[in-house]
Write a protein that binds this ligand. Structure first.
Ligand SMILES: Cc1ncc(C[n+]2csc(CCOP(=O)(O)OP(=O)(O)O)c2C)c(N)n1
Length: 864
């Protein structure tokens, strides 16, 4: 009977004693036969998976050992979930995977597959397995079940051991087989003898050894860790097609749905000529995307959104090759899933096929996984695999399970230890004896220990610059070039007549190219620019609620679907989380997503997809993965005749602090076109995540000062002028009204038009104003702000967002940081939601309040 808290020692001792109690069955002649009657899992494969399970277990033990002396930073482990080795085995190493944080065994299996396999090709005698000569791997990476799931071969050599050779080498010292043991807390391993003679193929330099080192590097925050480079402990590797997930449970599921969508879309639509989006992955057309998660996670809004969207797509006849894997240990930290709830909830998901298995039984898990994968791959339809697991050693290192679990319950879980069960499977099939398995367990443990000591010496991230380097790299010159090139591809060349792309453009615009028409409103300019974007960026797709058939609730996307078809411009279901998830998935797959969220207020229920997923991916993958995206976000206030908070939301605080996010806010039609082209190019070139914030109230505005003056319209530049009209990220626009010498107004969006009108009034009063349209709310145009502020020494910030958390706070801070020594005032909106009707004007910045602010600033500064 164990104590009521499971420790690494408990687990290790329990494993040893369980194996000690196993009887060796008569050796069997054919290791490639099914491990049990009726199973598709071969003996050879079972042994490979056992090794991955053992490696995963030792990594969990190592995590606690490293933590015990302050050199390990993560102890959420995979103990009890090692059955996910079977899921990896049923998949191909080219199938994109977004994994639960308990996926150590999955990761190890995939690394082995990608490296070409390490399992013995030839039968290993049960009693005394001699070490085969070096290089005796399967070499095929075949992952289908015996009898052929799909006959696929892996991708040998794609994940060969990286970095210096493993110092551990094949353990060759003499000594008792249990000498290596687990890594007890605080144990100094330096004096330990190596384990017994090897009982299987050498481990050094194998995919398994590489996987072990990868994970250990994550635990110690080594800068050499292959996915996050010391920024997080996460399962991920670009060569293994494992896309890192965040710690936010279930938030990766909407992206997985998006990837499934992209894979299917890629099968049907071949992009035409034109610039590619370089950051994209090129998954096989019959790939399956897998995403795994725990049982408590199925209740999360992000998960229910993903299940629903997958079912909705399936119901609509859209193919979606997504495999959801729920690893059900019955608990979310301390909270139990009600008995039977998980099965009932998952079974009931419309459009998703449900399969279940005991995840502690390797053969059962493998058979169910193979069946699920086969279904998804062949039918191109989504499925859920529900694996019942156990959770050993608590939720994480610091979790005292005793507070909420009875000792008997812990004991019951221990009795279902997947490692022991796989060992039973192998020994009872006569494939190996218990002593041999135990010796292999120790060899792998020794390797983990040796590599753990190795990675401790590796460099960590040592400067803030290093940490942020992959966050949102920007290459403005290349972005400018991409804009120019996009223009050049469709520009008519007078000498050669119309080249095909230009002819295509003329056809798309029905011979009425916008530069030859009259001046445009902001809405029309966005529409024309989106049209050009869909011509010049063949991988661009425009989607969202109501954007296609209706053409947007304000007509901004009108005609796009007719011009480009439903494969490039499509309506989605009404779920902002899924709209963004779709963008994340298709962006990763090399498309250029331009989703729309109908109103700024409705971003908030999906914001994590932008903040936690989109903007963080490059950071947590050290730039290996990018999700280019231009999110169109109609918003801000001042709509006449359509009031109320939700359609006039003027709060941007939630966007302003997202690291690396680009926020463009055009006020005028010509800027709308230029800023949108920049966002598209920046997304395509640098993988930027851009929010294109469209002030709704200015969509159809035509005049500036007088009715009919057309002062808010602008011509559309011909493609030959796009380069000259280019606006780099972070550059403001300045208008001098009068002398421009007395006052600097820093503003954006609706504030620009109001400020220009007030500036004319001030000019008549003898005051010269510089009206600075920030245009970019992140990153702010700091250099322009400081230069224009210093030009007058009197700054009025006109901020239509809220006083608290509004854009003005950032502008003021930029001035202070830059050492601005003049005076400054701010007019901003009230910290409130907006009411409907005329009362809204009480809350918002108005022309009168701008004028008043300017006058008191000038009075205070001694200017009349
Ligand atoms: C959105 C979110 N809320 C809360 C947490 C904190 N948290 C981390 S793991 C966890 C429990 C998850 O349980 P389950 O999905 O069953 O996975 P398990 O850990 O049991 O494998 C919680 C609440 C989180 N990571 N993300």
């Amino acid at each position: 009977m164990l104590a009521d808290v499971t420790t690494p020692q408990d687990l290790d001792e329990r494993f040893r004693s369980a194996l000690g109690g196993l009887a060796a069955a008569p050796a069997r002649p054919d290791p490639d036969a099914p491990i049990t009657d009726g199973s598709a899992l071969s003996g050879t494969r079972a042994r490979e998976l056992f090794e991955a399970q053992v490696a995963s277990r030792h990594l969990d033990l190592a995590a606690r050992w490293l933590r015990s002396f302050g050199e390990g930073y993560y102890t959420i482990g995979s103990c009890g979930h090692e059955g996910n080795a079977a899921v990896a085995a049923a998949l191909r190493p080219t199938d994109p995977a977004l994994l639960h944080y308990r996926s150590g065994a999955f990761y190890c299996v995939r690394a082995v597959q990608a490296a070409g396999g390490t399992g013995p090709d030839t039968p290993v005698p049960a009693a005394a397995a001699p070490a085969p000569p070096a290089g005796t791997g399967t070499g095929t990476g075949e992952v289908g079940p015996a009898g052929g799931d799909d006959g696929h071969s892996g991708t040998p050599g794609r994940h060969a051991a990286a970095g210096p050779p493993d110092p551990a080498g094949a353990p060759d010292g003499a000594g008792p087989s249990d000498a290596a043991g687990p890594l007890p807390a605080g144990d100094d391993t330096a004096g330990d003898p190596p384990p017994a003679a090897p009982t299987g193929p050498p481990l050094a330099g194998t995919g398994l050894a590489t996987a072990i080192r990868d994970v250990l590097r994550g635990l110690v925050a080594s800068a050499r860790e292959p996915i996050a480079g010391g920024r997080h402990k996460v399962f991920g590797h670009p060569d293994l097609e494992i896309i890192p997930t965040t710690s936010t449970i279930a938030s990766h599921l909407p992206r997985a749905v998006g990837i499934g969508f992209a894979i299917e879309r890629g099968r049907r639509v071949r992009p035409g000529p034109g610039p590619a989006v370089p950051a994209g992955r090129d998954w096989p057309s019959d790939a399956v995307v897998v995403c795994s998660f725990g049982d408590a996670s199925i209740n999360h809004a992000a998960a229910t959104a993903a299940f629903n969207t997958a079912g909705w797509c399936d119901h609509s006849g859209l193919r979606l090759p997504v495999l959801f894997v729920c690893e059900d240990n019955g608990l979310g930290i301390s909270v139990r899933s009600p008995r039977g709830w998980v099965a009932q909830a998952l079974r009931a998901k419309p459009g998703l096929r449900y399969l279940a298995a005991d995840g502690t039984d390797l053969a059962a898990a493998y058979d169910a996984a193979a069946q699920a994968v086969q279904w998804v791959r062949q039918q191109r339809r989504p499925a859920i695999l529900h694996l019942e697991t156990v959770r050993l050693m608590g939720h994480a290192g610091a979790d005292a399970e005793v507070a909420y679990r009875a000792a008997a319950e812990l004991d019951r879980d221990l009795a279902r230890d997947p490692l022991v069960r796989t060992a039973e499977l192998i020994t009872s099939a006569g494939l190996a004896g218990p002593a041999e398995l135990l010796a292999r367990y120790d060899e792998i443990g020794w390797l983990v220990r040796t590599l753990a000591e190795d990675v401790l010496a590796e460099p960590k991230l040592t400067s803030a610059a290093q940490v942020v380097a992959p966050l949102a790299p920007r290459r403005p010159v290349r972005v400018a070039r991409a804009v120019a090139e996009a223009g050049a591809t469709v520009a008519p060349t007078p000498l050669a007549g119309l080249p095909p792309p230009a002819a295509n453009r003329a056809r798309v615009f029905a011979e009425r190219v916008p530069e030859q028409g009259g001046p445009l409103t902001l809405a029309q300019a966005v529409n024309a620019t989106l049209t050009d974007a869909l011509i010049t960026w063949p991988r661009a797709v425009v989607f969202g609620q109501d954007v296609a058939v209706k053409g947007g609730v304000y007509g901004v996307t009108k005609g796009l679907r007719e011009r480009f078809g439903a494969s490039r411009v499509f309506d989605t279901l009404l779920d902002e989380t899924s709209i963004l998830g779709l963008g994340l998935g298709v962006g990763l797959a090399g498309m250029l997503p331009v989703p729309e969220i109908q109103y700024l207020a409705y971003l908030h229920n999906a914001e994590d997809q932008l903040r936690g997923e989109a903007a963080s991916l490059s950071f947590f993958s050290a730039g290996a993965y990018r999700n280019p995206m231009v999110l169109r976000l109609p918003g801000l206030a001042y709509q006449e005749g359509f009031g109320g908070h939700f359609h006039n939301d003027n709060a941007l605080g939630v966007l302003r602090d997202i690291p690396g996010l680009v926020i463009a806010c055009p006020a005028r039609p010509d800027d709308a076109a230029a800023l949108l082209r920049t966002c598209l190019a920046s997304a395509a070139v640098d993988g930027s995540v851009c929010v294109f914030l469209e002030p709704i109230a200015l969509y159809h505005t035509r005049d500036l000062h007088e009715p009919g003056d057309g002062g808010w319209l602008a011509g559309y530049p011909a493609p030959t002028q796009w380069a000259a009209a280019h606006v780099p990220v972070g550059r403001a626009r300045v208008d001098l009204v009068g002398s421009g010498a007395d006052l600097t107004v820093l503003t954006f969006g609706n504030g620009v038009r109001m400020s220009l009108r007030v500036a004319r009034r001030l000019a008549r009063e003898g005051v010269g104003t510089r009206v600075v349209d920030l245009r970019w709310l992140a990153p702010l145009p700091v250099a322009d702000i400081v230069r224009e502020a210093s030009a007058t020494g009197r700054v009025l910030i006109v901020d239509e967002t809220r006083r608290s958390g509004g854009v003005g706070e950032g502008v003021l801070a930029a001035l202070v940081d830059a050492g601005y020594v003049g005076v400054a005032r701010r007019v901003a909106s009230v910290d409130s939601y907006l009411p409907i009707g005329p009362a809204a004007t009480l809350m918002l910045v108005s022309e009168d309040s701008i004028h008043q602010g300017a006058r008191s600033l000038l009075a205070g500064a001694g200017t009349t």
